[in-house]
Ligand binder design. Structure first.
Ligand SMILES: NC(=O)C1=CN([C@@H]2O[C@H](COP(=O)(O)OP(=O)(O)OC[C@H]3O[C@@H](n4cnc5c(N)ncnc54)[C@H](O)[C@@H]3O)[C@@H](O)[C@H]2O)C=CC1
Ligand SMILES: O=Cc1ccc(S(=O)(=O)O)cc1
Length: 482
């Protein structure tokens, strides 16, 4: 079995132990053994990054552009192979996984361009004879902590802006999916960037993640994952004066109005609730449907769900791959039971199934679940499930739909299906979410525009696009006597 080590100061370094990376479509398939680091590895990685920072932060923008562009090109050239690895370790279908890898490549190429576009301002002083310049500088060594649901795109969308703006990086990928992060680290390592600028430390969140968050030489932490862990990280960062950026959960509403195009509303709901096995922070999990279209919508959605093919992530024709892990499968199933106990009616799916390939593979397969007649106060409508489980709430009209959509502690993404310009315009302005979709699934975002939410979903500056510079740079104001 191949052993994949950590990357510290430009050298592949063994951890104190290794963990098998297994395939959620088939637990008998072990992809490799991945290093488990410890606090000493974090200390070594941070020290290497600190040492590399003075040269990298003042290196020319052409050199940084060229390195990021080269990384992006290799990712794109290898998207099929890397996509297959991603589907194997995380359980997205192969086309979804290849799409995610392509996104990662495009992100590196976008931020290669951003190296050249970072600009300052020159402003006259209120005092005659003085010039004022406002510039952006790198912040130092950044700790990046990433989740399992986008094993290459989320590392990419944190690493690329960090490096573009002259920071050094220690990446701690999710314990469940180290393979794609390791492959990305290998590409970055071979791109020619100096030793120590980028470091990879794999291992447990409680060990590696906490050591990064507590480290005095880490200037900033960017985290994507669960609300509980995110809040703890924010508290620790505020205490120690670190900059912090969090992307956490969602309970994204999809409103369907009486005047919606029924076929379009059903398709976008099926896509955003169930594709990628519902394991996207942008997935919709609450379908808020006005009363006249409700019966036809439920019937058509059930018919659409009956056509979804659940199976091995890498098999041709699979629509919905496995749930990522046994623990996540148990969480999904338990929410179906909680919803039923609270009075919702299971109208489709919701049970664990064997693999459709008939090969006897031991995977975590769940038939996508639809719960109808649910009410806003039920736990299924308040807590993030993070699986292919959707609940439907019947409402009278647009006003009630908007109120229910906003009645959540989260605010990442919100969607509306309507043919009315009036309601679409009103919803765009009044939905309490960082991202709003009209006649589109709540999931499915571009890589070159800001990504992030409100309320309990996000904290700190936005990720992605040119807005990423807000987190990965610090502003300097310089006064010069002419
Ligand atoms: N919003 C999102 O994109 C995501 C949300 N989730 C939610 O979180 C739930 C649990 O999934 P997990 O993978 O366990 O998420 P998690 O929040 O535990 O893990 C995310 C990352 O944080 C690290 N981590 C864990 N504990 C840490 C700590 N004390 N200090 C620093 N870093 C730590 C993990 O190793 C991983 O790299 C899911 O069921 C889902 O509801 C999970 C993944 C992504
Ligand atoms: O990388 C994070 C990420 C990527 C894609 C999406 S979406 O499925 O397009 O909404 C969400 C998060």
């Amino acid at each position: 079995m191949t052993i994949y080590n950590n990357l510290i100061n430009g050298a592949w370094t063994a951890g104190h132990a290794t963990t098998p990376n297994t395939n959620p479509s088939d637990q008998a398939d072990v992809i490799g053994e991945y290093a488990q680091g410890d606090a000493a590895d974090v200390n070594a990685a941070v020290a290497a990054a600190q040492a590399a920072f003075p040269a990298w932060s003042t290196s020319g923008i052409q050199a940084r552009h060229d390195a990021l562009d080269k990384i992006g090109n290799e990712i794109l050239a290898r998207k099929d192979e890397l996509g297959d690895l991603l589907a194997r370790e995380e359980g997205k279908t192969r086309p979804e996984a290849i799409g995610e890898v392509a996104r990662a490549g495009q992100i590196f190429k976008f931020f290669a361009g951003e190296c050249l576009r970072l600009a300052g301002e020159s402003i006259p002083s209120v005092r005659p004879g003085i010039g004022v310049e406002i510039t952006r500088e790198p912040i130092g060594v950044v700790g990046l902590i990433t989740p399992w649901n986008f094993p290459i795109a989320i590392p990419a969308w944190k690493i690329a802006p960090a490096l573009a703006f002259g920071n050094c990086v220690v990446l701690k990928p999710a314990d469940l999916v180290p393979g794609s992060a390791w492959a990305l680290a290998d590409i970055i390592h071979r791109s020619g960037i100096p030793a120590g600028v980028f470091n990879l430390v794999m291992g447990r969140g409680r060990v590696i993640g906490e050591a990064l968050v507590q480290h005095p030489d880490i200037a900033a932490i960017s985290f994507t994952g669960s609300v509980g862990v995110g809040r703890g990280i924010a508290e620790a960062c505020v205490k120690s004066g670190k900059k912090v950026q969090l992307e956490m959960g969602g309970k994204n509403p999809q409103v369907v109005l009486d005047d919606a195009d029924l076929a379009q509303a059903v398709e976008l709901s099926a896509q955003s609730c169930f594709y990628s096995t519902g394991q996207r922070c942008t997935a919709s999990s609450r379908l808020i449907v006005t009363e006249k279209i409700y019966p036809a919508f439920i019937e058509a959605l059930q018919a659409r769900m009956a056509k979804l093919k659940v199976g091995d992530a890498r098999a041709a024709g699979t629509d919905i791959g496995p749930v990522v892990s046994q623990a996540q499968l148990e969480q999904d199933l338990s929410y179906v039971e909680i919803a039923k106990a609270e009075g919702a009616v299971l109208a489709a799916g919701g049970e664990r199934i064997g693999c459709h390939t008939g090969s006897g593979k031991q995977g975590f397969f769940l038939q996508p679940a639809l719960l109808v007649d649910s009410t806003p106060a039920m736990r299924i409508n308040r807590e993030e499930v993070f699986g292919p489980v959707a609940s439907v709430i019947r409402v009278r009209d647009y006003d009630e739909a908007l109120a229910v959509a906003n009645d959540t502690p989260f605010g990442l993404s919100a969607g509306i299906a309507t043919t009315s310009l009036k309601y679409a315009t009103h919803f765009k302005r009044h939905a309490q979410a960082g991202m709003v979709m009209v006649n589109l699934p709540t999931a499915g975002v571009d890589y070159h525009v800001p990504f992030g939410g409100r309320k309990g979903s996000s904290y700190g500056p936005r990720e992605q696009g040119r807005y990423a510079q807000e987190f990965y740079t610090t502003v300097k104001t310089a006064y010069t006597l002419a």
